[in-house]
Design a protein around this ligand. Structure first.
Ligand code: PRP
Length: 179
């Protein structure tokens, strides 16, 4: 495993994103929607760094299954319960890869007529994009490596790591062949 971003670098980036968001949502009470499971650590740190009135809700979509490649088919495992009509909605992602997950979700949200709809992602992997998505708040741009830690998994492993690492190809292969 190779360290990509340390806990200190992540904290600095989260504080920076929070200050941008706070400036843009002054006097508003945004609804932050986290995409589970990967965003749970980032969202938890982001709302504390924001330290302003806001609401939080979650959805659970899945496009990966137990592998490193997006299937392109997005499944809704747990839909959004909070009404979004007229709300300032900020979607919070851990990583945008092919863009399938976010694109699907943004389309479904836009149909419900929010007052505004923006995206914040901690990680962006633009070299893998298949579907264009507009990202308003971006933490780090990453190369084409499989990342784990800070909420992000590989086959449900490694979400607990406090920093962000690149998983080497050999580690993915050995994990696939183990029970
Ligand atoms: C990951 C990640 C993003 C999505 C990005 O979620 O958390 O939501 O994939 O991939 P895409 O841009 O190619 O669609 P995953 O489906 O692995 O579920 P998880 O968050 O529960 O781990």
């Amino acid at each position: 495993m190779r360290l990509l971003f340390s806990t200190e670098e992540i904290k600095e980036k989260v504080d920076d994103l929070a200050s941008q968001i706070r400036g843009d949502y002054q006097g508003k009470k945004p609804l932050l929607v986290g995409l589970l499971k990967g965003s749970f650590v980032f969202l938890a740190d982001l709302v504390r760094a924001l330290d302003q009135p806001l609401e939080v809700d979650f959805v659970r979509l899945s496009s990966y299954g137990h592998g490193t490649e997006s299937s392109g088919r997005v499944r809704v495992l747990h839909g959004l319960k909070t009404p979004v009509r007229g709300r300032d909605v900020l979607v919070v992602e851990d990583i945008v890869d092919t863009g399938h997950t976010l694109s699907y979700f943004l389309e479904s949200l836009a149909r419900r007529r929010p007052a505004s709809l923006r995206v914040c992602t901690l990680l962006d992997k633009p070299c893998r994009r298949c579907v264009p998505v507009t990202i308003h708040y971006r933490g780090f741009t990453v190369e084409d490596v499989f990342v784990v830690g800070y909420g992000i998994d590989w086959a449900e492993e490694f979400r607990y790591l406090p920093a962000i690492y690149a998983l080497e190809k050999a580690e993915c292969a050995s994990k696939t062949s183990s029970p």
